[in-house]
Design a protein around this ligand. Structure first.
Ligand SMILES: [Zn+2]
Ligand SMILES: [Zn+2]
Length: 340
């Protein structure tokens, strides 16, 4: 591959997606480091974090970065130190790209908290391109029978939703509330339902509410509306801090609200008695471990979890981000590589 070039989307200067901060650039095909794989991108999911990277809600960690961390691709090259993969293998590239493996958090199995962690599509170039790279130890093997497009959203939206669900410590057969119903929530709902939970969805979009009911949710209502029964657990998928007190008030005694997103607008002042007393808990969710990813991919395969997808050619990535921001589709957007 050395000396060849590819096309990739780069965040020229972060700003509102309506002002075209993404540029299609010609770059050398990346050379994998000794412990990395070179991956030819086949499909790449569009995550809300890509929007945060592109618009500058997250600080710039690599100028001109290529977003995208839900990559389904095939191995196109191997670093000198890599074994266990072969050219043509189908692999997934997700958000967590690297940890140090040596700190106290890594040592206790909480590598998602590693201060040295690095992320695909933020610290390193991701999947909005013809090729990307991934450390082999962080590449995910993918089940053979599911197609690329259906798999891509599982790699971040799915994994994070799964971790957020586990962070609610939902009791068996518990009542779960989902605030917001996009890519991550609709996958999380499928896992929760398959595990016997009753699911209530609170979201503003009529199409998203319809999808929720179609997937088996017991109820679907507006984002600020109370669910029809108290909740044992809730997950905040909407990046809207003003919904946090709303969701806390919907919890039953001992209920847990986990916040799935990496970015949340400010939370208004909480009222201790109505929002937190009776041992309600508010928990954040920070990235995921590789174990979360493996567990989720196994659970998803077992229960036949499928993403509802809306595809765009990779050459029209900015349009996908604009549509995501405007809430113009339900389920998850996936870019399909039409550049190579
Ligand atoms: Zn660490
Ligand atoms: Zn993501």
């Amino acid at each position: 591959m050395s000396g060849e070039t590819m096309r990739a989307w780069a965040v020229a200067a972060p700003g509102p997606v309506e002002e075209d901060p993404l540029r299609l650039v010609e770059r050398p095909v990346p050379v994998p480091a000794d412990d990395e794989l070179l991956v030819r991108v086949r499909a790449c999911g569009v995550c809300r974090t890509d929007l945060h990277v592109t618009e500058g809600d997250l600080p710039v960690r690599r100028p001109g970065v290529t977003p995208g961390h839900e990559v389904v691709g095939e191995v196109a090259g191997l670093g000198r130190g890599v074994s266990g993969f072969a050219p043509g293998d189908r692999v997934g590239v997700a958000w967590l790209r690297r940890t140090d493996g040596t700190c106290a958090y890594c040592a206790r199995g909480a590598e998602n908290l590693c201060p040295a962690s690095r992320y695909t599509g933020w610290d390193a170039d991701g999947g909005y391109a013809e090729y990307t790279t991934v450390p082999a130890a962080f590449a995910h093997r993918l089940p053979g029978e599911v197609d690329d497009v259906a798999l891509a959203p599982l790699l971040c939206a799915g994994i994070i939703g799964f971790r957020a669900l586990r962070r609610t410590s939902l009791p068996r057969g518990g009542r779960l509330g989902l605030y917001g119903f996009g890519g991550s929530a609709h996958l999380c709902a499928q896992v929760a339902l398959a595990e016997g939970a009753t699911v209530h969805v609170m979201t503003r979009g009529a199409a998203a509410r319809a999808l929720a009911l179609e997937l088996g949710a017991a109820s679907a209502q507006g984002a600020h509306d109370p669910p029809p029964e108290p909740l044992d657990g809730a997950i905040m998928f909407a990046p809207a801090g003003d919904l946090v007190p709303v969701a806390l008030r919907a919890l039953d005694r001992g209920g847990v609200l986990s916040v799935a997103g990496i970015h949340l607008s400010d939370i208004p002042p909480l009222h201790y008695e109505s929002d937190l007393f009776y041992e309600k808990e508010l928990r954040s969710v920070t990235s995921n471990t590789r174990e979360d990813a493996r567990d989720f991919l196994a659970v998803a395969a077992r229960h036949g979890v499928r993403a509802t997808t809306h595809t765009y050619p990779l050459s029209r990535a900015p349009e996908a981000l604009r549509d995501l921001k405007a809430g113009r589709f339900d389920g998850a957007a996936v870019l399909v590589n039409d550049l190579s």
